[in-house]
Design a binder for this molecule. Structure first.
Ligand SMILES: Nc1ncnc2c1ncn2[C@@H]1O[C@H](COP(=O)(O)OP(=O)(O)OP(=O)(O)O)[C@@H](O)[C@H]1O
Length: 236
């Protein structure tokens, strides 16, 4: 175990059927770091996130934290991370402020933190608007806000930049970098390889339920020539 290693995934597998399965996933997550999980449609990213967050029981394998096997369904582990799903269904008649306050109360978080987070994601001025009037990008930023609320060491974000315009992709990168400076680990999934190259410290690439690469982004790029985009790593 290296000094910054925090979570170790060992042989994680999920068998839906003979043809649909995630097999033998091994990698580690450090603290702090920005880790990108990449892969095309159906590669197995959401399944892996569901096993990591305790929403789905693996068919095989284990997860260790600080060298000890953990059960992700255990409430103690659930207090260590926040989660942004790929699509968050908020009650549409609520305002942004009401929805975020609801999540804050569930986790004992103050109203000041709700206001601060709404400002962070640029929704403070529209906090009293009903969510049904929010654009896709605004709803995505509200979903990001609920994941930014709790003071936890790990944030798991599933396709966080979906629907964001270039300004908010830029702001998202700033937010994630600031989160890392505060000592957190950000584990996110994406299809956007430029985002991996610009933001992530390490990346794992999945294809058809298997892990193809897991390495630092710097060495993934260097192994294939400094000017070779990660796209080539992915498509080879
Ligand atoms: N509940 C399920 N029952 C059966 N098969 C499933 C189930 N959920 C996912 N699968 C299959 O498992 C494989 C991995 O799916 P998963 O949703 O994890 O991929 P993904 O990488 O998140 O894809 P996307 O980028 O399209 O969201 C796919 O072949 C999918 O059809």
């Amino acid at each position: 175990m290296n000094s910054s290693e925090w979570i170790r995934i060992e042989g994680l597998a999920k068998h839906y059927s003979e043809t649909k399965k995630i097999t033998d996933i091994h990698f580690t997550i450090n603290k702090p770091e920005i880790f990108a999980l990449c892969g095309g449609n159906g590669a197995g990213k959401s399944t892996l996130i569901k096993m990591l967050t305790g929403m789905m029981k693996p068919t095989a394998g284990k997860i260790l934290m600080d060298g000890k096997v953990i059960d992700p369904q255990n409430q103690g582990f659930k207090k260590l991370f926040s989660y942004m799903p790929d699509e968050m269904l908020f009650p549409r008649q609520l305002t942004g402020l009401e929805a975020l306050t609801f999540f804050a109360r569930l986790r004992g978080i103050s109203g000041e933190k709700v206001v601060e987070t709404l400002q962070q994601v640029g929704l403070f001025d529209v906090k009293n608007m009903q969510i049904k009037q929010y654009s896709k990008g605004m709803q995505q930023r509200l979903s990001l806000a609920q994941a930014l609320l709790p003071d936890v060491p790990l944030r798991i974000l599933d396709e966080p930049t979906n629907g964001l315009d270039p300004l908010w992709v830029y702001r998202f990168k700033e937010i994630v970098q600031e989160e890392k400076k505060q000592g957190r680990t950000i584990f996110f999934t994406t299809h956007i390889l430029s985002l991996v190259e610009e933001l992530a410290d390490r990346a794992a690439f999945m294809q058809e339920g298997q892990l193809q690469y897991c390495d630092s982004v710097e060495s993934l790029v260097q192994k294939n020539g400094i000017y070779t985009p990660l796209e080539k790593v992915f498509f080879h």
